[in-house]
Design a protein around this ligand. Sequence first.
Ligand SMILES: Cc1ncc(COP(=O)(O)O)c(C=O)c1O
Length: 307
Amino acid sequence: MREVTDERLGTQKSYVNFETIAIRTQTDRTQHREHSTPIFPTSSFVFDDAEQMRALFADEQEGNIYSRFTNPSVREFEEKMALLEGVEDAVATATGMAAVFASFLAFLKSGDHLLASKAVFGSSYTIITQYLPKWGISFDWLPTDTAQWQALVKPNTKMLFLETPSNPGLDVIDLAFTGQFCKHNSLIFNIDNCFATPYLQQPARFGADLISHSATKWIDGQGRVLGGVVAGNKALIAEVKKLCRSTGPSLSPFNAWVLSKSLETLAVRMDRHCENALLLAQFLEQNGGSSTPSSTRTRCQPLRSNK
Ligand SMILES: Cc1ncc(COP(=O)(O)O)c(C=O)c1O
């Protein structure tokens, strides 16, 4: 159990037990008394009788029916991600792009307007510029100067989407300002938190409503599986779940199991990534004059030259 220092996270400090949550959130132990969390690679589930089946389909009873809807391995990953992000619930998807796409489609409709930071992952850019307009959803890019944002809000603006730090440029957006801005304008605050992971940044602390991840990146961390997740409060996540249940971007139980196990080591891996990145950035800053083109700048927040 440890607390993350103020030095690295500014004023944020309630990361107590991050590793404990990441390790101890597990599917209930079965009668076999296994040590490692079990995996449930099954497409569907059996019923005691027809009445139980009816009650489950009618939502009168909670339980698994079909793995496109719910699966215990997937649920373990979802519950862990919700706890690590400090929100009520989460829904897992087959890829990060399925998560971003679902976070748009569950809430935006024809006639709505989206504000988005321009430095977003390539496929998010494609969805925003090529697919949303096809369905009557317009957009504007947010300039880096936040003082210009208010002028872009329209009566039909429904959501603000951003990625910070962005991939690959590492643009950083002021989350505290964005949270206040979304609250003031009644916008759904939607963030792709893939690059920071909940270990370094919990956007819900700043009022983010929807937090998506490509779990394919740091969360897996070993290049094995694709996966995604959207986290948020129960009511919003219920909408995303409803969409996913019918449209089918479900995460496979095997990938969910791999990702849940990966989260157990996220904290130690992120610490090492941060240490390595800082060492590399310091080296480049000190040696940049002779070994890199003059147009190259090292982007790393803790560097003196980035202050
Ligand atoms: C910031 C960010 N968002 C979304 C994605 C898409 O994730 P996936 O490849 O899992 O669909 C990526 C993938 O690199 C990413 O870096």
